[in-house]
Unconditional design. Structure first.
Length: 358
């Protein structure tokens, strides 16, 4: 497909590395129009009117593209992190997300809670998805918003259907998503607890370094985190996981929550998805009744270990508080210190009675 003249540094870099591949960029209405027409999505008399960023994601270029008759979400992976081009990232993550959509397409209870996959260009690592509207994600909980019981019920049901309906249906070639899992493992289980990881906690929030010191110095905690990363997160399993199930991956729509961004998906242990979401309910300081409702509504499969899910919740909290994957938390040092202490208790002494945000 003909390319536009390279202008931005990222476009020039991409064109040099992949000269025959379409590059998605906001504002390039002419290029996007030609691309959609080649995919058969745009009529001969139809024109692209707008192509603007959809959401505030970090990993990919995600645009809302509007024509006179339709709108779509176009999502392209780069061989780097879109927001931080200096950081390499697995380019094939788009292919893994494409596989995920194809898996869940045969499970109506899961597919209806996600945007519909309309088309894909695997060579360009680009997906064309249904536009479910310009609603915000659930990240407002970090600034004081509260989730409702219907939303929590719907998300627990989604996870239960995802994990249960496809259990044991691992494709012959496997679906381990090793590159993306290795990336996430590094940021979740290793980097935050390395004393010289290059992250200046004091620059993020004065006093945060001292708040983290008890965890950095706790050999038992560090060993438990390492073991859970190796024995649980990196272990293959028989349930299809979303892999990044947190409020930023859930959009609000008039028809209820819609789950997006499944490029971290893999067949593994369901405790991973459950634990991560519980962590964000705690980080978002949701009422303990709501956290218990989510856990009660999630339909456990045989072999599910609540203690492991709680331990993973503790680890996800820790990495979001003192790791690179920071959140826009609307509270200060003392609340974060209390959450770090809660992380330690959940990892070392997992118990549902601890699930009350400090």
């Amino acid at each position: 497909m003909p390319m536009m003249c390279p202008t931005s540094p990222e476009r020039r870099r991409f064109a040099a590395e992949h000269p025959d591949v379409f590059f998605l960029e906001a504002g390039d209405c002419a290029g996007i129009e030609a691309f959609l027409r080649e995919l058969g999505l745009l009529g001969a008399e139809e024109a692209v009117q707008h192509a603007e960023a959809a959401g505030a994601g970090n990993m990919n270029c995600t645009l809302r593209v509007v024509s006179g008759r339709s709108s779509w979400i176009l999502k392209q992976a780069r061989p780097w992190v879109a927001k931080y081009p200096q950081f390499a990232a697995p380019w094939d993550r788009a292919l893994r997300e494409l596989e995920f959509y194809r898996f869940v397409g045969v499970v109506p209870s899961v597919a209806r809670q996600m945007p519909r996959l309309i088309a894909a260009d695997p060579d360009a690592r680009l997906l064309v998805l249904e536009d479910v509207g310009a609603g915000a994600d659930l990240g407002g909980i970090y600034q004081g918003d509260s989730l409702t019981e219907p939303v929590v019920n719907a998300l627990a049901s989604y996870l239960g259907s995802l994990h249960g309906s496809l259990r044991g249906r691992v494709p012959a070639g496997g679906f381990a998503n090793r590159e993306m899992r290795a990336l996430n493992h590094t940021h979740m289980f290793r980097l935050p607890l390395e004393p010289d990881n290059g992250l200046d906690l004091e620059a993020l929030l004065p006093g945060l370094r001292s708040a983290a010191e008890p965890l950095l110095a706790d050999a038992g905690y560090r060993n438990a985190v390492r073991r859970l990363g190796e024995d649980v997160y990196l272990a293959d399993g028989d349930c299809l996981l979303h892999g990044d199930f947190f409020p930023g991956s859930v959009l609000t729509t008039p028809d209820g929550p819609r789950v997006i961004d499944a490029e971290f998906a893999f067949f593994g242990r369901p405790e991973v998805d459950v634990g991560v979401f519980v962590a964000h309910l705690l980080l978002g300081r949701q009422p303990s009744e709501l956290i218990h409702r989510f856990l009660d509504r999630y339909p456990r499969l045989s072999g599910f270990e609540d203690a492991v899910a709680l331990q993973l919740a503790g680890i996800e909290m820790m990495r979001r508080l003192i790791g690179y994957a920071q959140l826009p938390l609307g509270y200060g040092l003392e609340a974060r210190r209390a959450l770090l202490q809660l992380s330690r208790r959940l990892v070392l002494y997992p118990d549902r009675e601890l699930l009350s945000p400090p």
